[in-house]
Design a protein. Structure first.
Length: 435
């Protein structure tokens, strides 16, 4: 993670100070439970909370200890003992390092999920507002990048709204799947710690109990989480790519907001480049780069190894911080997107009416022609227009074989742009659930 693509709230989730505070809470809640079942004195728990709760953990001091112990959790516990004193002997009883590390990671990923879900909500609000703004604004639909048939710009945005609604649902599911704790001791058998301790810690931290753990929480949960981030990032890229194409000079149907004083090029003063959406494309690639390592982390040796920890220490912060930044940036791009309906209309007319070819084809079949005959008639009039040799409607009217089936008035009716938008309200109701 680098400051350029980081936002404070998400970054705070992954700070060492945050991690150590969560570690302390896990240990203290475990002590609470052990005191309740009579394993350690209740007076010790009070001291642990009072002294540890007020402690300002010294990251440099913990690092200094770890350089000797070569063990991060032991280094933390040693530092914690410097605050708590003799009662520190009751901390971490029957627990193993993974109990702390894995439960902490669950808390961090859950908090990160909350931020990402809020980001998507902000993006959905921007998409909905702009979709209704351009609900009936005609624009050309493209397949293979080539003009196909008319659609509306509002439908493009409604499509994105539906896509990110699914993204939100996936994030909620991922959040729940990752929200488990394991306080089960070495190899997960509860040999030296009562399962009630795990239940207490889970409840206090807003987590669920992992039904069966080894010495770690199973990593298929984490793989599913990061795979979800990858899918959401791909949705970010899809919409960003759409905007980049629409901003091309030859298209210019929409473009990123260009602020006063902004410069597009160091050498060409006229340039207004889609730098934000290009940036989003790159950020999406970085989020997706976390998916494969997360999948490979699933296969650990027996009850535990630590091959996954080095991966998660990088992809946890990097993927969530990057996606948080990307979603916030995309919401800003959509909210300020400059739209050019006049250019959209000009582009609709660029192919001389060819966007209505299917309507003519279907009308001819309704008059009794086979589909093959109708297709051939329409295509032989369409190809000259494609080459810039006339207007589609004019050529159709002049074609004797077409005229035998369709009158001039019938042909003109087939070129009604509004015909293509008669079900826009239906689609909007499906997407937004409103009358």
């Amino acid at each position: 993670m680098i400051p350029r693509y980081s936002r404070p709230e998400m970054t705070a989730v992954w700070l060492p100070e945050t991690r150590f505070r969560i570690w302390f809470e896990i240990e203290a809640y475990a002590c609470e439970a052990m005191a309740e079942i009579g394993v350690i004195p209740k007076e010790a728990v009070k001291a642990i909370w009072e002294k540890g709760g007020k402690a300002k953990f010294d990251v440099e001091r913990i690092d200094e200890i770890e350089r000797v112990t070569k063990h991060d959790v032991i280094a933390f516990l040693t530092h914690l003992a410097e605050f708590i004193g003799p009662d520190s002997r009751f901390v971490h009883q029957g627990m193993t390092s993974s109990d702390v590390l894995d439960t902490c990671l669950s808390v961090q990923l859950r908090r990160a999920s909350d931020i990402l879900i809020a980001d998507v909500d902000a993006l959905l609000a921007a998409l909905k507002r702009r979709a209704y703004e351009y609900k009936m604004t005609p624009t050309v639909g493209r397949s293979h990048g080539v003009h196909a048939e008319p659609t509306t710009f509002g439908l493009k945005l409604a499509l994105a709204f539906a896509e990110f609604s699914r993204a939100r649902a996936r994030l909620v599911t991922a959040r729940e799947e990752i929200s488990t704790t394991a306080i089960s001791g070495a190899v997960g058998t509860f040999a030296n710690i009562d399962p009630r301790v795990e239940e207490h810690v889970a409840k206090k931290l807003g987590l669920k109990v992992e039904p069966v753990s080894t010495q770690v929480i199973p990593r298929d949960r984490h793989a599913a989480f990061f795979a979800t981030l990858g899918v959401v990032a791909s949705s970010v890229e899809r919409l960003a790519t759409e905007i980049r194409h629409l901003q091309r000079t030859e298209v210019l149907e929409a473009e990123e907001y260009f602020s006063e004083g902004q410069k597009g090029s160091s050498s060409m003063p006229h340039k207004r480049n889609p730098v934000l959406t290009e940036n989003l494309t790159g950020l999406a690639r970085m989020v997706r780069s976390a998916v494969t390592p997360a999948l490979e982390d699933v296969a650990l040796w027996h009850e535990r190894d630590i091959s996954h920890y080095s991966v998660e220490r990088m992809i946890g912060p990097d993927a969530t911080i990057t996606l948080d930044f990307a979603l916030a940036r995309l919401a800003e791009v959509i909210g300020k997107l400059v739209v050019y309906p006049e250019t959209m209309r000009k582009n609709l007319d660029k192919l001389g009416g060819l966007i209505h070819s299917q309507r003519v084809l279907l009308a001819l079949t309704q008059k009794g022609l086979s589909r093959e005959e109708a297709y051939a008639l329409v295509q032989r009039n369409a190809m000259p227009v494609w080459r810039g040799e006339g207007d589609f409607l004019t050529l159709l009217k002049a074609d004797r074989d077409v005229a035998k089936a369709l009158s001039a008035e019938e042909l003109e009716a087939l070129f009604d742009l509004g015909y293509h938008f008669k079900e826009v309200d239906t689609i909007f109701r499906r997407v937004f659930g409103e009358p």
